[in-house]
Design a protein around this ligand. Structure first.
Ligand code: FES
Ligand code: MG
Length: 570
């Protein structure tokens, strides 16, 4: 087998000598004699608190790579902390993916171990690995342990939304709310709810890109380091057997990820990420597939935001493979894992130890747990909703639109006592799509007007071209495509229009006839919300980003680059 890295290191010419000489620094000469060079793409960063511990995980990966005869090479990559990064980490997902892809292509590496955790990091790493198509394996950084506050467990994100609404409703003091802040993050690791980070860690396993059984292991658990060590060893084997994303990730893998997404009651963000990863591989996966494959799969995992428990409970209850075992008949048995095995082979030994956390098929958390895809004259290219996070009484609803032109407009008016809004209203927020914001932020789960909260209302139908946090809940229609800033009909809705939501019928309809709708000028405000960045990544992004229904990737990043770079640097 000829290693890719030998194109740098093998031979006696000047350039090979340069490549070796600068890399020696105490490394034995054998390092350049046919040993697989394994990059460890590490998203550890002090500014990505959920991933900060990954440098310790990387150390275990290194040990494993050495043990198997490879050379580990830690490679810091663009890291995105969901809670800090403005205007939204999603603006930078494609940048992180592109930078990682190019770094892998540019350097003498034969394979890569991907270390991610916080929301965008695993998707970006998988998009990169898919495009460069080098042997790759993920170690999900794992969730944090459960923090408690006043005797009750605290769910990251979910309880922040809930408690802040309690303050606005007047049922919790500001001081108590601030006190909860110190208890929220108990340990290293990512959010402990079934938010986007947990979801994508588990889906990396459903796709077959992790050592089976590792996903969901809490970040402080010693077993994570053991799995990282094993993964380092495996990375060397992947190179030796030439197991690459293009040979591993098939439509069957994505089928299984979509089934898993429903069974775990996972984040809506997973839909955009799965579509984008599939796009990098040329695997056919559409929004309609997500509905057809996943929407009728029961949600079995009773975790916040859809249910009660947290990730530590899921791990204790048997973990992700035990969940998959419950839906084994719905999985595609042909899909493979990085081990070369079939995913379903790993379900045999999986057992459920707590039926409160992992439900049975006969008594699921929700009979139809998957993401539903809606269409209609308001969303010709589709929109999504997570019924598991919605209020059952609102899944079929007709109400009058209350339109907000931007998140700023929303914040300025939501608590205006004269705002005409009631429990039947449909709150519409536009200008929050990929181009409009730009970056497609998590603002769709608009906080309710205080006057409704005071009346005891806890949910109304909301519609937006943006996303919502995977930890959020509510009857929220998301990812409306095309977005208002790209000329979608959402730009033509007016306050007072009747809107019909019919989730069982998969319909989102604006009760305005076609001619009138066509004649209406799009709201100038939503055109203005189409920010026109002058320079840099944002400029590139708004010019090239695609809509949510195909994964919001950049048009020129879809597909594969491959690992070959033939030109030398000197
Ligand atoms: Fe990082 Fe939630 S903020 S995973
Ligand atoms: Mg998030």
């Amino acid at each position: 087998m000829e290693l890719r890295s030998s194109h740098w290191y093998a031979g006696t010419d000047r350039n090979a000598s340069i490549h070796r000489a600068w890399m020696r620094r105490g490394v034995p000469g054998s390092a350049f004699e046919g040993r697989p060079q394994i990059a460890i793409a590490n998203t550890a960063s002090d500014l990505t608190p959920c991933n900060r511990h990954l440098s310790e995980v990387a150390q275990s990966v290194r040990d494993g790579v050495y043990e198997a005869g490879g050379i580990p090479l830690e490679m810091p990559v663009v890291s995105l902390g969901e809670t800090n990064v403005r205007p939204t980490a999603m603006l930078w997902r494609n940048m992180a993916a592109m930078a990682t892809e190019e770094l892998l292509r540019a350097n003498p590496v034969d394979g890569v171990v991907l270390l991610g955790g916080c929301d965008k990091t695993i998707p970006a790493l998988l998009m990169a690995a898919a495009s460069v198509d080098l042997p790759a394996v993920v170690v999900p950084g794992g969730p944090m342990l459960t923090g408690t506050f006043r005797g009750q467990p605290l769910g990251c994100g979910t309880d922040t939304w809930r408690l802040s609404e309690e303050v606005r409703a007047g049922t919790m003091s500001q001081a108590a709310f601030l006190d909860s802040e110190r208890a929220m993050i108990r340990s290293r690791g990512h959010c402990n709810t079934m938010g986007t980070a947990s979801t994508m860690g588990l889906l990396a396993e459903a796709l077959g890109t992790t050592v089976p059984g590792v996903a969901g292991t809490p970040a402080p658990d010693s077993r994570l380091l053991e799995a990282a060590h094993t993964t380092g060893m495996l990375a060397v084997e992947l190179v030796e057997t030439d197991r690459r994303p293009s040979t591993l990730l098939t439509r069957a893998s994505f089928h299984n990820a979509v089934v898993a997404l429903a069974a775990i009651g996972g984040s809506t963000n997973a839909v955009v990420h799965l579509l984008a990863i599939a796009g990098r591989l040329g695997v056919e996966l559409t929004l309609d597939d997500v509905d057809a494959i996943g929407s009728r799969v029961p949600a079995l995992v009773d975790l916040q935001p859809a249910g009660r428990f947290l990730m530590e409970d899921l791990h204790r209850a048997g973990g992700f493979l035990a969940v998959l075992r419950e839906v084994e008949d719905l999985l595609d048995p042909t899909a493979r894992t990085v081990l070369g095995t079939r995913l379903v082979e790993h379900l045999r030994g999986a057992e459920v130890h707590d039926r409160e956390v992992i439900r049975t098929r006969s008594a699921p958390l929700l009979a139809e747990g998957g993401i539903a895809v809606l269409r209609g004259n308001l969303a010709p290219d589709g929109a999504i909703i997570k019924p598991a996070a919605a209020s059952p009484h609102l899944l079929r609803h007709r109400g009058k639109a209350v339109v907000f032109e931007s998140i700023e407009d929303f914040r300025a008016r939501v608590d205006d006592p004269d705002l005409e809004v009631d429990a039947d209203s449909v709150m519409v927020l536009r200008g929050c799509g990929p181009k409009g914001y730009p970056g497609m932020p998590e603002v769709a789960n608009m906080p309710l007007p205080t006057k409704l909260l005071e009346q005891g209302v806890r949910d109304v139908v909301r519609i937006c071209d943006g996303r919502m946090s995977g930890t959020a809940y509510g009857t929220v229609v998301l990812h409306v495509a095309p977005e208002a800033a790209a000329g979608g009909p959402l730009a033509r809705v007016r306050t007072g229009d009747w809107v019909e939501l019919d989730v069982p019928g998969r319909r989102l309809h604006l009760d305005v006839d076609d001619d009138e709708l066509a004649q209406r000028a799009p709201s100038p405000a939503s055109a203005a919300a189409y920010a026109a960045p002058r320079r840099g990544w944002e400029r590139l992004y708004v010019d090239h980003v695609q809509q949510a229904d195909t994964g919001a990737d950049l048009d020129f990043l879809v597909g594969s680059s491959g690992p070959e770079v033939s030109r030398e640097s000197h």
